[in-house]
Design a protein around this ligand. Structure first.
Ligand SMILES: O=P(O)(O)OC[C@H]1O[C@H](OP(=O)(O)OP(=O)(O)O)[C@H](O)[C@@H]1O
Ligand SMILES: O=c1cc[nH]c(=O)[nH]1
Ligand SMILES: [Mg+2]
Length: 210
């Protein structure tokens, strides 16, 4: 991908995102909508994957048919909210290898606290798609991508649902080689570093916690 930031303006994405933002949307609907949007974002983020060809036999004849080139993709979910995007992407790319980085944002310092990390092998040879619905200060995604790069990944993309300008700038500074695909670029962060207008706490809305 050549752009550092891609906002997916597809009408279905925008419609579903509006439903997710509404404060009275139920946990069940929120989860379903996130899965549906993740399929559409996955379509976009994989649009330029490299193809090679394979000789196959159809019931009628032989042909050279396109298939994905290279090693299986890696998907990395930033726990816990990342799992809401992961489920949909895995439906589209079921053979992908999957890793998890467990981080939560300390509400006082806004720094990410790591509590888990398990990543697939041979990351240097794979396209790695990192998923987390919220890019707020960017501290969590930058820290997760630091860990993923330390494990060898060189070709990384980041998928989110909402991005704040502050988070996009932080990512561009720390990881200019990592393209971001998002459903919306919101206005700003509030005094608690929540995205405005945003949708609130993605993890809490997805899992029904508070
Ligand atoms: O860009 P940042 O300012 O770092 O904020 C974004 C992070 O905050 C949320 O996670 P949270 O810490 O709420 O953890 P959770 O997924 O367990 O709810 C979100 O899913 C991101 O990981
Ligand atoms: O707006 C925000 C910011 C960080 N994490 C969230 O879940 N929402
Ligand atoms: Mg949360």
């Amino acid at each position: 991908m050549s752009e550092h930031l891609t906002v997916v303006k597809h009408p279905l994405v925008q419609h579903k995102l509006t439903l997710m933002r509404e404060k009275d949307t139920s946990t069940a609907s929120f989860r379903r909508l996130l899965r549906e949007i993740s399929l559409l974002l996955a379509y976009e983020i994989t649009a330029e994957l490299e193809l090679t060809s394979k000789n196959i036999e159809t019931p009628l004849c032989e042909m050279d048919a396109p298939i994905l080139a290279g090693k299986k993709l890696a998907l990395v979910s930033i726990l816990r909210a990342g799992n809401g995007l992961l489920d949909g992407v895995l439906e589209l790319i079921p053979a992908a290898r999957v890793g998890f980085v467990g981080l939560y944002r300390d509400p006082e310092t806004l720094q990410p606290v790591e509590y888990y990390c398990k990543l697939p092998g041979e990351l240097e040879d794979r396209l790695t798609i990192v998923v987390d619905p919220m890019l707020a200060t960017g501290n969590s995604s930058v820290a997760a991508i630091d860990l993923i790069k330390a494990k060898g990944a060189k070709n990384i993309r980041f998928m989110c649902l909402l991005a704040a300008p502050e988070g996009v700038a932080r990512m561009k500074e720390a990881h200019p080689d990592v393209p971001i695909v998002t459903a919306a670029l919101d206005e700003c962060l509030n005094e608690h570093a929540y995205i405005v207008p945003g949708l609130g706490d993605a993890g809490d809305r997805m899992f029904g916690t508070k």
